[in-house]
Design a protein around this ligand. Structure first.
Ligand SMILES: Cc1cc2nc3c(=O)[nH]c(=O)nc-3n(C[C@H](O)[C@H](O)[C@H](O)COP(=O)(O)OP(=O)(O)OC[C@H]3O[C@@H](n4cnc5c(N)ncnc54)[C@H](O)[C@@H]3O)c2cc1C
Ligand SMILES: *[C@@H]1O[C@H](CO)[C@@H](O)[C@H](O)[C@H]1NC(C)=O
Ligand SMILES: *[C@@H]1O[C@H](CO)[C@@H](O)[C@H](O)[C@H]1NC(C)=O
Ligand SMILES: *[C@@H]1O[C@H](CO)[C@@H](O)[C@H](O)[C@H]1NC(C)=O
Ligand SMILES: *[C@@H]1O[C@H](CO)[C@@H](O)[C@H](O)[C@H]1NC(C)=O
Ligand SMILES: *[C@@H]1O[C@H](CO)[C@@H](O)[C@H](O)[C@H]1NC(C)=O
Ligand SMILES: *[C@@H]1O[C@H](CO)[C@@H](O)[C@H](O)[C@H]1NC(C)=O
Ligand SMILES: *[C@@H]1O[C@H](CO)[C@@H](O)[C@H](O)[C@H]1NC(C)=O
Length: 616
């Protein structure tokens, strides 16, 4: 279908024609733009990371092909309208099945972006920064150069912050201008008007009563100073249409008229099957196929890369591509008839996400129609709080601290992970877990996130343990790239995560049962119907039954030294290979105390510079 690429080029050429005739980026479904052709770089996945890296490498003059499994869905209201997405929607989502340790499917499916823009086309758009302490831990795990000082400028570079109006400021939505960028392409702002402003004001009163010491106000990007604030999103208000629009990675790095690249080609609706290697394990290209194929052996195409192949298919897809390419654990590859080229047992291990759920309080009938209290939904979680161990456990923090800082406990945690296939080796598991434990105990970083909201006839809170110690794994089960991998999240497998989960769930009830909500809340224990007197065991059983991944999957292609179970080195090169890189959420070995986008945009920006340097 050459007509698509033609029409995009014509449109952008016309726009740019005013400034001189420049050819735009080619975006097409037509495999012939890539089949049998050679590029400097080939990237798997046009999501957050792939688009940033592709934009930057092509901007440096390299020819770049990005192969994206999904279609262009930028025309779809569920994608461009920040409030247009329906709960549980199948639009632009892989809906990956998930499994328990027993191999039985779990009751929930995993959302992950499946169109151009990747997960930034469907995500919750929440924007705030992580802290210096945790980004510096990337470096201390054995990745020189990956620290706050080097990443913060990239975080600043991607952002185009739109400061609050006086009305928004009056309703408690303020930003600290020092911790934002203003000349990037990803818009960040507060919605106009702000949602459920009366409830948000009540939350701001109630939260410190339940979490003593929680600092309210200001800007969550300025931590550790602020730990609860009105939520900022990657959105902008479009007066022409009267809607809040999403600012996805595609909006920011692909569609923007002044970011057109004659040397960038995006082939949509095609899936990367595997990486092609020559005899000394230099990556020379990829095999790919149409994503819609149903045939037993659909037609494979090949495209070649003279400088490198970059996997950016996301935490749940890059490890499977490596395994199909013969890079991974022998026990996974051999039964599938895949020849092992590199013995790399960390591939697919260490997968992790935060285990989320929610509780609901019934609003009294008198307030049920008050849109300052509850509304029809829209942008998720207008107030977000990040709670550390002293705030979550004012009386018992010290005993929880003893539990997780003991060397024997660390050893047995690591052993359990290795036994369950969730870690490559004990030393590596200890190093990763100890990183999180140090952030929790020494740095006193938050261990739970609390997202306050209200819609329909309930006020509700979603929450999750923020820095889990549990780990799962992801592996292929067939050599067919059109089959789903087997994802085993193993949420809430660690007793510390269980304790955080129970405590934050109980605290959510206490928020709705607190003085500020008297008269507004009719029943703080509406759903689940477990009272303040419910036992920990009851809360835990309910939590396990309702828990889902919070959509911040990381870890399955970790950047760490090889002897610790790492998959890529500090130049993002896959161990044992040449010219093969991974750049996506999967390279982060542990969870951060911020939603992933801000960090990942910075990581991808720096990655493009590192990879370009490697190629000379
Ligand atoms: C529902 C949801 C809500 C979220 N909410 C927030 C939030 O509010 N704030 C925040 O900061 N973060 C949020 N996130 C997380 C954030 O969006 C992701 O961490 C981030 O987009 C990951 O970037 P990535 O580059 O690793 O992968 P992605 O952006 O997911 O891109 C991967 C791309 O690779 C493609 N692909 C997969 N397999 C193949 C293949 N074999 N060949 C070719 N292409 C392939 C996919 O279709 C996809 O387009 C959310 C995520 C989800 C899913
Ligand atoms: C590209 O493929 C997608 C998915 O099959 C389809 O919706 C879209 O219309 C195609 N685009 C063109 C121009 O053919
Ligand atoms: C699958 O996609 C390819 C490339 O976009 C297209 O040519 C083909 O017609 C599609 N096949 C089906 C069965 O939809
Ligand atoms: C950012 O917002 C401005 C308006 O403030 C808009 O013109 C632009 O298109 C937006 N960019 C993106 C990438 O969303
Ligand atoms: C709220 O609005 C609905 C529909 O408009 C109406 O049926 C209901 O009686 C109202 N409830 C109260 C308490 O005013
Ligand atoms: C854990 O990390 C702390 C702080 O960096 C360090 O002092 C300690 O030795 C580490 N423990 C282990 C077992 O690695
Ligand atoms: C994995 O593959 C085996 C063998 O083909 C099959 O029996 C099993 O059902 C598959 N597991 C899942 C979860 O698909
Ligand atoms: C628990 O509290 C509820 C009210 O919240 C009460 O109805 C119930 O009887 C109590 N159960 C026990 C076992 O005390």
């Amino acid at each position: 279908m050459p007509s698509l690429s033609l029409s995009y080029q014509v449109i952008f050429a016309l726009i740019l024609g005013l400034h001189g005739w420049t050819l735009g980026t080619t975006v097409t479904n037509d495999s012939s733009v890539a089949a049998g052709k050679t590029f400097d770089y080939i990237i798997a996945g046009a999501g957050l990371s792939g688009l940033v890296v592709g934009n930057k490498l092509s901007g440096k003059g390299f020819s770049v092909l990005i192969i994206e499994a999904g279609p262009d869905a930028s025309w779809n209201t569920e994608v461009f309208d920040a409030e247009g997405r329906k709960f549980g929607s199948e639009t632009c989502s892989w809906k990956y099945p998930a499994y328990g340790d027993d191999g039985k499917p779990l009751s929930w499916k995993i959302d992950a972006g499946a169109c151009i823009g990747g997960s930034t086309s469907i995500n919750g758009m929440v924007w705030y920064r992580p802290t210096k302490a945790e980004l510096d831990k990337l470096e201390s795990l054995g990745n020189p150069g990956w620290n706050w000082d080097n990443l913060e400028p990239y975080m600043r570079m991607v952002e185009r912050h739109i400061p609050s109006s006086p009305t928004q400021v009056a309703q408690g939505a303020t930003s600290d201008l020092d911790v934002h960028g203003f000349s990037g392409y990803v818009n960040t702002s507060f919605p106009a008007p702000l949602r459920i402003s009366r409830s948000v004001a009540l939350y701001k009163e109630a939260l410190p009563l339940v979490f003593p010491g929680l600092s309210i106000g200001g800007d969550l990007s300025n931590r550790p100073a602020v730990s609860s604030a009105s939520t900022m999103y990657t959105i902008w208000y479009d007066p022409a249409t009267g809607i809040q629009r999403r600012s996805s990675a595609a909006d920011a790095y692909l569609w923007v008229p002044n970011q057109q690249r004659a040397k960038l080609t995006v082939l949509a609706t095609h899936k990367v099957d595997r990486v092609l290697f020559d005899r000394d394990l230099t990556a020379t290209g990829v095999a790919f196929l149409a994503s819609n194929g149903t045939a037993v052996s659909p037609k494979r195409f090949r495209a070649y890369a003279s400088k490198g192949v970059i996997l950016a298919a996301g935490s749940l897809a890059s490890a499977p591509i490596l395994e199909r390419s013969g890079v991974g654990k022998r026990s996974v590859l051999e039964p599938l008839g895949i020849k092992q080229l590199v013995d790399l047992p960390g591939v697919g291990a260490n997968l992790n996400d935060q285990p989320g759920t929610a509780t609901y309080a019934l609003v009294s009938p008198y307030h049920q129609n008050d849109t300052l209290i509850v509304d029809e939904g829209g942008l998720f979680a207008p107030e977000i709080s990040l709670v550390n161990m002293d705030e979550l456990w004012p009386l018992t923090a010290a005993s929880h601290m003893l539990d997780i800082t003991s060397a024997t406990a660390l050893r047995s945690r690591a052993q359990r992970l290795v036994e369950s296939g969730a870690a490559a080796n004990i030393r590596g598991a200890e190093a990763v877990l100890n990183t999180t434990i140090d952030l929790i105990t020494t740095h006193r970083l938050p261990i739970a996130e609390f997202l306050a909201d209200g819609s329909g006839i309930t006020l509700f809170a979603a929450f999750w343990p923020l820095m889990p110690l549990s780990r799962g794994h992801i592996h292929i089960n067939t050599s067919n790239p059109l089959d789903y991998p087997i994802i085993t999240p193993r949420l809430l497998e660690d007793p510390f995560d269980e304790a955080v989960a129970v405590a934050i769930a109980r605290a959510s009830r206490a928020v709705f049962d607190s003085a500020p909500f008297k008269g507004i809340v009719a029943n703080p224990y509406h759903d689940p119907p477990i009272g303040a007197n419910g036992t920990d065991a009851e809360y835990l059983a309910w939590y396990r039954k309702t828990a889902f991944g919070a959509s911040h999957w990381v870890g399955a292609t970790a950047m760490m030294p090889r002897h610790l179970g790492g998959v890529i080195d500090q130049d993002l090169r896959v161990y044992g290979t040449k010219r093969l890189h991974v750049v996506d959420a999967g390279i982060l070995p542990f969870q951060l105390t911020a939603h992933t986008m801000s960090t990942l945009y910075a990581v991808a920006g720096r990655a493009a510079d590192v990879i370009a340097r490697c190629s000379f």
